[in-house]
Write a protein that binds this ligand. Structure first.
Ligand SMILES: [Ca+2]
Ligand SMILES: [Ca+2]
Length: 176
C-alpha cells in the first residue's frame, strides 16, 4: 500500500511550485546583481583614483610653493654686489645661496627633494623633481602705474610621468 503524504505537506509543495523562480529568472537576477557589483566597484575605484590624483597634485603644488617661499625669503641683491642670475662665486650649494637670483638653474631630482633646512621631504614627496629659473625682467603692472624692474621666479615640479606643475612670482626690485 502506497504511503500517503500528509495533507499539509502537499499544500506546501503546491505553494512553492506556484511562487518559485524559473531557471531563467534566477539567471537574470544573477546577471543584474553582477552588473550592479561591477558598476559599484568601478565607482569606488574611480573615486579612489580621483582622490589620489588630487593628493598627488596638491603635493606637487606644495613643493613648488615651498621653493617659491624659500627664494622670496632671500635678499633681492647679492651682499657682494654680484648681478648675475645663478650662483655667484663660492656659492657652490643651495645652503650657500645668499640672494634670490642664486636659485636660477637649481634642480632637484626625484628622490632627493629637500626642504629649506635641507631635510628630506617624506617619501610621497620624493616622486617629484623640482627646477627653478629666475630672470631679471621688466613687467608692466597697470595697477601699479607702469613698468617695473624685478626678478621673475618660476618653479616647475615634475612627476615621474612627466606631468608638470608651475608656480611663478615676480619680485619687484626694491627702491633704493
Ligand atoms: Ca648670491
Ligand atoms: Ca647670483
Amino acid at each position: 500500500m502506497a504511503k500517503e503524504h500528509p495533507r499539509h505537506l502537499i499544500r506546501c509543495n503546491q505553494a512553492a511550485a506556484d511562487h518559485g523562480f524559473t531557471l531563467m529568472e534566477v539567471m537574470f537576477a544573477v546577471m543584474v546583481l553582477a552588473f550592479s557589483v561591477a558598476a559599484l566597484t568601478q565607482a569606488v575605484v574611480s573615486g579612489q583614483s580621483h582622490t589620489y590624483e588630487a593628493m598627488h597634485a596638491s603635493r606637487a603644488v606644495a613643493l613648488a610653493e615651498a621653493m617659491i617661499d624659500e627664494v622670496l625669503s632671500k635678499p633681492y641683491d647679492d651682499p657682494e654686489g654680484d648681478l648675475a642670475a645663478g650662483p655667484d662665486a663660492g656659492e657652490t650649494s643651495r645652503g650657500l645661496f645668499d640672494n634670490a637670483d642664486d636659485y636660477d638653474g637649481f634642480t632637484e631630482a626625484a628622490g632627493a627633494v629637500r626642504d629649506q633646512s635641507l631635510t628630506a621631504y617624506p617619501q610621497l614627496y620624493q616622486r617629484f623633481g623640482r627646477a627653478v629659473t629666475t630672470t631679471y625682467s621688466t613687467v608692466t603692472l597697470s595697477d601699479l602705474g607702469g613698468d617695473h624692474d624685478g626678478l621673475s621666479v618660476t618653479v616647475t615640479v615634475t612627476d615621474q610621468s612627466s606631468r608638470a606643475w608651475t608656480v611663478s612670482r615676480f619680485i619687484q626690485e626694491p627702491t633704493p
